[in-house]
Design a protein around this ligand. Structure first.
Ligand code: LLP
Length: 404
């Protein structure tokens, strides 16, 4: 993704051209970026060859999951719907892990029938439910238990999951009690310790703390785990000047951890696999003067892409066609939704814009389409994937008639 002769292009195809062809808004992804991210992830941790389970929640598009699967990844799912999508995309159930604090009996039954690799349980009552279902099916089910390591991921509060006040996992004391409980069960086989401390983590130190907590717990028990599932959470730089997570430091820490312990490592990355693969292409409907600033009113809003409204997240905004004229007024990029939080960014010294110009919102491949809604009864955008410079429609634009 770059400017070619002043036109923002995805694998050589200009956003302007795509907007003309398909209308706006468009979620557009680059296969090349996806492959680069996966290659980079694999090579960063190659010495211990982890099982990499893509967190479907980041982007549940079946065509994308199929490509991700072909590049060797499994899936981390948190609902029956995600499990069904992963299976539809051809992910081997032996590469699927199931997380989440509120798995229903139906979901657990489905997971058992599909013979997925692990159900990562998050409470005693969930384990009892799994055991009961396994017993009724006369099966032995492989499970993990999610530990809450009480480690601050130093990320946004809304996406931090590893502190004791968060609803996720169980504390150390309960964890040890549940190992004992599982050992006495004829229908469950405890194979995995899992953790996930949060999302958009840019500093490797919380991961090191987390590994220390796991190490300490493992020393207190003599249970033989086959897998340690370290979750996901690896952050990406959304701003030009923000730092990247140092994969190398994390890799070194895990290698050290594995010296005393022989486990197969599982990762559940979402954002760092797909985040920078997608852009949202949108058109300016109106430009409205408001004192010192101008509202740039786009044809996409918080219903299509909610991260700025929900987390105050910062996403770069670019013009589809570069000119050299700079606006004297501050631009506030907003959507058409009837909420004041329906705002993407406020920018000074942006290039001068006109109504009908095309605008690019960057890095929307993770938690973009997956968090979209039909709020204000708006149809969801089309999704396209550019692969080997070819345009593939991977999800049609929703039709209003299907909503009404
Ligand atoms: N594993 C578990 C158990 C998770 O809860 C999550 C994310 C992941 C893996 C993947 O995390 P990632 O590698 O993508 O950071 N909507 C928020 C992010 C919520 C993440 C929830 N759990 C956002 O837009 O920033």
């Amino acid at each position: 993704m770059k400017y070619i002769k002043k036109k923002f292009s995805i694998e050589g195809i200009s956003a302007q051209k795509l907007a003309k062809k398909f209308g706006t808004p468009i979620y557009c992804y680059s296969y090349k970026r996806l492959k680069e991210n996966i290659d980079n992830f694999k090579s960063s941790f190659k010495s211990f060859a982890p099982l990499i389970c893509f967190a479907i929640k980041a982007n549940p598009n079946v065509s994308l999951i199929r490509d991700i699967k072909k590049l060797g990844l499994g899936a981390d799912v948190v609902s029956m719907g995600e499990m069904m999508k992963a299976i539809k995309a051809g992910v081997n159930p032996k590469k699927i892990v199931f997380s989440g604090v509120g798995k229903t009996e139906n979901e657990i039954k489905y997971a058992i029938d599909k013979k997925i690799l692990l159900i990562n349980a998050e409470s005693k009552n969930e384990i009892i439910t799994i055991e009961k279902i396994a017993k009724s099916k006369k099966k032995i089910v492989n499970i993990g238990i999610r530990l809450n390591p009480n480690t601050d991921a130093k990320t946004l509060n809304q996406i931090s999951t590893g502190k004791k006040e968060n609803k996720f996992g169980v504390n150390e004391k309960t964890f040890i009690e549940l190992i004992r409980y599982s050992k006495n069960s004829n229908n469950i086989n405890l194979k995995c310790l899992s953790v996930h401390i949060g999302s958009q983590i840019l500093n490797y130190r919380p991961y090191i703390k987390m590994l220390r907590v796991i190490d300490k717990i493992l020393k207190k028990t003599n249970h033989k785990f086959e897998f340690i599932d370290l979750g996901g959470g690896m952050g990406i730089p959304y701003k030009d000047n923000s730092k990247k997570l140092n994969f190398n430091k994390y890799n070194i820490a895990i290698k050290k951890f594995l010296k005393n312990n022989k486990f197969k490592i599982i990762f559940e990355p979402g954002r760092c696999i797909v985040g920078n693969t997608g852009v949202l292409i949108s058109k300016i409907i109106y430009i409205k003067e408001a004192g010192k600033k101008k509202f740039i009113i786009l044809d996409t809003g918080m219903n299509d892409f909610i991260r700025p409204a929900l987390y105050n997240a910062n996403h770069k905004i670019l013009p589809a066609i570069k000119t050299n004229r700079i606006s004297k007024k501050t631009y506030e990029f907003v959507g058409p939704i009837c909420e004041s939080t329906d705002k993407f960014s406020t920018l000074k010294k942006f290039q001068k814009l006109n109504e009908k110009d095309i605008i690019i919102i960057c890095d929307v491949g993770a938690y973009g389409m997956s968090l979209s809604s039909n709020y204000n009864v708006r149809a969801k955008p089309i999704e396209i994937l550019i692969k080997n410079s070819k345009i593939n429609i991977i999800k049609k634009r929703q039709k209003l008639k299907d909503l009404i």
